[in-house]
Design a protein around this ligand. Structure first.
Ligand SMILES: O=c1[nH]cnc2c1ncn2[C@H]1C[C@H](O)[C@@H](CO)O1
Ligand SMILES: [Zn+2]
Length: 354
């Protein structure tokens, strides 16, 4: 029997792949849009939530990404960014997430006159406020930010430098996101070289809207230790379970796959969770982790993703424990903190297993 949604809420979870600009509360968007005069497709929060889901549910990543115009429009001042970051953490904590990495692209948040540094500092402050608010309501959560470069923009090292500048100040990693087809990871090879020279962590969106060549570049030309989605690595797995060289390398190296099942249904990777490559990749012992990608656009939560996977593949508490443990192992945290996270996952799962 599937692990219930209620129990999935209670288990300790780790959100490695969750976009800050893809997780706003609809009510917050309505309120901020009214303040700044941004015209929304719907002004009732519930209707707006439904609109995001429907508009993102097109089968195309490019159309999915168009919906972000309405969230980015209300995240252009320090106050707005701080509020969105605070609510991000509060919502994650309320869903039983114990560690979250919020990713977003500061370059998309400068229209109100903020500098890149001011924007990152505002998110840092909001994350800290959210952690404090969660603690006040009895929930312990840690939160960090992943700073993202948009891959269709001119390649630059500027955002990588920004990430490194904040390495001891809430930024735990770097990423590239946006349309994948036509914008291979190698375009940003200079940024990744900069990060490697500075011993800094990064993940790369790859293997979502494009296949194995994108994953190969992310891993071998750029050096990613985690893959955003990476789901199309399944194309390097034969029907009998034998692995091609790339899939074999990714599995050997324990490169984490930040899998986001519901998001993939919307961008056309498969029609049902049961058809999602997650099941096969987990069975073959890849380092599978579970994330939401964009809670707003997919109308989901991490506990819901756990529950859907458990329903589709019959996962037990032990399986879910493995997915949380995998995510803890691949968190962009220093080793002592990562160990603390792994222990917390084990202890809390053991307590729930009774
Ligand atoms: O799943 C995704 N693939 C590629 N890009 C994405 C995905 N989800 C969100 N993004 C983009 C849209 C956001 O504005 C940007 C930064 O969070 O990242
Ligand atoms: Zn993403």
């Amino acid at each position: 029997m599937a692990v219930s949604l209620e129990l999935c809420r209670a288990v300790p979870k780790i959100a490695l792949h969750d976009h800050l600009d893809g997780g706003l509360r609809p009510a917050t968007i309505v309120e901020l849009a009214a303040e700044v005069g941004h015209v929304l497709p719907e002004t009732d929060p519930e209707a707006l939530g439904r609109w995001f889901f429907a508009a993102a549910d097109s089968g195309s990543l490019v159309r999915y990404l168009e919906t972000f115009a309405h969230t980015i429009a209300v995240m252009q001042t320090a106050d707005q960014l701080r509020r969105v970051a605070r609510e991000f953490v509060e919502d994650q904590a309320a869903d039983g997430v114990i560690y979250a990495e919020a990713r977003w692209a500061p370059e998309q948040h400068l229209a109100g006159g903020l500098s890149l540094t001011e924007a990152v500092a505002a998110v840092r402050d909001g994350l800290a406020e959210g952690v404090a608010a969660a603690a006040a309501s009895g929930r312990t959560i840690m939160a960090r930010q992943i700073v993202t470069s948009m891959r269709h923009a001119s390649p630059t090292t500027e955002i990588a430098e920004l990430a490194v500048a904040f390495r001891n100040d809430s930024v735990c990693g770097f990423d590239i996101a946006g349309a994948e087809d036509g914008f291979p990871p190698s375009r940003f090879v200079e940024a990744f070289d900069y990060l490697k020279r500075h011993n800094f962590e990064f993940t790369i969106h790859a293997g979502e809207a494009f296949g194995l060549p994108s994953i190969w570049e992310a891993v071998q030309l750029c050096g990613a230790s985690r893959l955003g989605h990476g789901v199309r690595l399944i194309e390097d797995v034969a029907a009998d379970g034998s692995l091609g060289e790339l899939a074999s390398y990714v599995r050997n190296r324990r490169i984490a796959l930040e899998l986001c099942p519901s998001s993939n249904l919307q961008t056309g990777i498969c029609a049902t969770i049961a058809e999602h490559p997650f099941g096969r990749l987990a069975e073959l012992d890849f380092r599978v982790t579970v994330s939401c990608d964009n809670r707003l656009m997919s109308a989901t939560t991490l506990s819901r993703e756990y529950h859907l996977l458990s329903e589709a593949f019959g996962y037990s508490m032990d399986d879910l424990r493995r997915f949380s443990r995998n995510a803890a192992k691949s968190a962009f945290l220093p080793w002592d903190q990562r160990l603390g996270l792994i222990r917390r996952v084990e202890d809390e799962f053991s307590a729930l297993a009774g």
